[in-house]
Design a protein around this ligand. Structure first.
Ligand code: 21W
Length: 257
């Protein structure tokens, strides 16, 4: 399939001490389907396989003392180099998953999908990697939020999942990722399914009307209203249309009354 907004297949190499953990994404849901359909290719590289140490060590004590261990240069550098050489494309963006990185958001994911058919994700363990690797091997650092994880694997899986749903052909319905929350910078409208009434709580009448245009407008208004209530700071990053401003004003009036 030819894509207008990026390469036709995305290849992701993950450098990790726990490849089995990362590879589980290929067994489930949207990521599983993307890999099965060869829309996304995933390969893992274990630094331990590249360690030249007698005991296959990949970590060592930090110079200057202090708690924990640091990932050594040699095994990690060789694993990253093996990953680089594994794909026929010369250009690959090497991203180190780190609490000190730029914060992941939807625009970051879109950017990766649009300009990069090839990605190497480096997941750290212990207290992190030797600082000299950052200078020589890493193009950028990426954080998934301001909280502390025990390693980069879950973060790499978050990135892989978010990327997979942006690749055309991955989702059952081509439209559905465009309708995702954040694709227009807003939260989503509320959803309802059967039964029509439960414990006295009714489904909003308009959703039963069959009037598709009225439903679309109502949902847009709900999306705007919920964003205003729950994540008002999101409005700083988007520009509302005339109609959206009108709908949000209506929502606020109805909310106040
Ligand atoms: C957590 C590694 C804390 C290193 C002295 C100097 C990847 C992550 C991670 C981890 C430290 C992401 C130290 C959000 C995250 C990750 C493991 C601190 C110790 N001592 N996004 N440095 N949060 N975390 N280093 O934790 O690998 S993306």
């Amino acid at each position: 399939m030819q894509r207008i907004d990026g390469p036709s297949v995305m290849r992701i190499d993950v450098v990790t001490l726990f490849p089995e953990m990362v590879e589980t994404v290929s067994r489930y849901g949207v990521t599983g389907r993307a890999i099965e359909r060869d829309i996304m290719q995933l390969a893992c590289w274990n630094p331990r396989d590249y360690s030249l140490d007698t005991y296959r060590a990949v970590d060592d004590r930090p110079f200057g003392g202090g708690p924990g261990m640091v990932m050594m240069v040699q095994p990690l550098r060789d694993a990253i180099e093996a990953a680089r050489q594994a794909a026929d494309v010369a250009e690959s963006r090497v991203i180190y998953l780190s609490p000190q990185g730029r914060r992941l958001d939807h625009s970051y994911i879109r950017e990766m999908v649009e300009q990069c058919g090839r990605l190497i994700l480096v997941a750290g363990r212990y207290e992190g990697i030797d600082e000299r690797l950052l200078e020589t091997e890493i193009d950028e650092e990426l954080s998934i939020g301001d909280f502390v994880l025990s390693g980069g694997e879950l973060a790499s899986m978050v990135v892989i999942d978010a990327l997979a749903r942006q690749l055309p052909g991955t989702l059952g319905h081509e439209e559905s990722s465009r309708q995702d929350s954040f694709s227009d910078g807003l939260l989503e409208y509320g959803q309802y399914t059967r039964p029509r009434e439960i414990d006295g709580m009714e489904v909003p009448e308009i959703l039963l009307s069959g009037n598709h245009e009225a439903i679309r407008v109502w949902r847009e208004k709900q999306a705007l209203g919920r964003t205003w209530l729950k994540r008002p700071e999101l409005f700083a990053g988007i520009e509302l249309t005339e109609q959206q401003r009108h709908l949000l004003d209506e929502f606020k009036k109805e909310y106040d009354s």
